[in-house]
Design a protein around this ligand. Structure first.
Ligand code: G3P
Ligand code: CA
Length: 253
């Protein structure tokens, strides 16, 4: 019928595995990205930061404390130090020794695997110039065409505005955290000058927001869906996809 199905057809609906299939394997590791591939997600999401010696590395928190056997800020460690860390055991012994990947490794491993990559620039204010480095890496690897299924997003909207200037062929997403005020039409108009996706906390999402995002020519793929009831609510509101820890929730329709 009409309603929820009017916006995105089943084939266009984006099922995005958050930090990989992080409900099933340790987030932001090859194990979680491989799981996203076997579960046939459309994209997986990665959080990108920078090591002390300038390598682009995949980790969510600013420190390695929660998800590895080390301590300290990732930006204070060299790649050699980072590569010695165990980023799997915290999640389950069967993942012991799973390393922190680099963005370079991830782009190479999945470029022929029929899955897209949603690259989040995490805390880019800690890593001045990181947007230019990511753009350069994508260009060097010839992954900078609109058809390459790469999206770059951040909570830092100034950085994303700059990213769009640097590499206008790559779709840009703006992440929006929850605030009681929600998202204004003026904000959406601003976003639409450089972004293709508005990716809000799911608590901000209702039919009205979805319509206003669409009226501004953008798509909406909220985060972080972890339950079937949440997935169904998002679909009923008419979103274009979901960012989820459990990729089976991205294809309930
Ligand atoms: O992709 C959206 C989501 O990853 C943003 O929140 O904290 O999980 O990086 P966070
Ligand atoms: Ca993220």
């Amino acid at each position: 019928g009409a309603g929820a199905e009017t916006t995105a057809t089943k084939s266009q609906f984006l099922n995005i595995a958050h930090r990989g299939a992080s409900g099933y394997a340790p987030e932001n590791t090859i194990a979680a990205f491989d799981k996203a591939v076997t579960m046939k997600a459309d994209y997986f999401e990665v959080d990108v930061q920078r090591s002390k010696d300038g390598h682009l590395v995949i980790l969510h928190d600013n420190t390695v404390d929660r998800t590895t056997d080390g301590t300290g800020y990732i930006g204070d460690l060299t790649l050699e130090e980072i590569k010695q860390l165990d980023a799997g055991s915290w999640f389950g012994e069967e993942f012991a020794g799973e390393p922190i990947p680099t963005l370079n490794e991830v782009l190479d491993r999945y470029r022929s695997k029929n899955i897209g990559i949603l690259i989040e620039l995490k805390s880019p204010e800690l890593y001045p110039g990181i947007e230019a480095e990511v753009a350069l890496l994508l260009a060097q690897k010839k992954l900078d065409k609109r058809t390459d299924k790469i999206i770059v997003q951040s909570f830092n909207h100034d950085v994303m505005k700059n990213y769009h200037r640097l590499q206008p062929t790559i779709p840009v997403g703006v992440l929006v955290s929850y605030t009681p005020e929600g998202v204004s039409d003026e904000q959406l108009r601003q976003f639409s000058t450089y972004a293709d996706y508005v990716n809000p906390n799911q608590r901000l999402v209702n039919h009205d927001l979805v319509q206003r995002v669409h009226a501004n020519g953008m798509k909406i793929t909220p985060y972080t869906i972890r339950a079937e009831s949440e997935a169904r609510q998002m679909m009923a509101a008419g979103v274009d996809g979901v960012i989820t820890d459990f990729p089976e929730l991205g294809r309930l329709r």
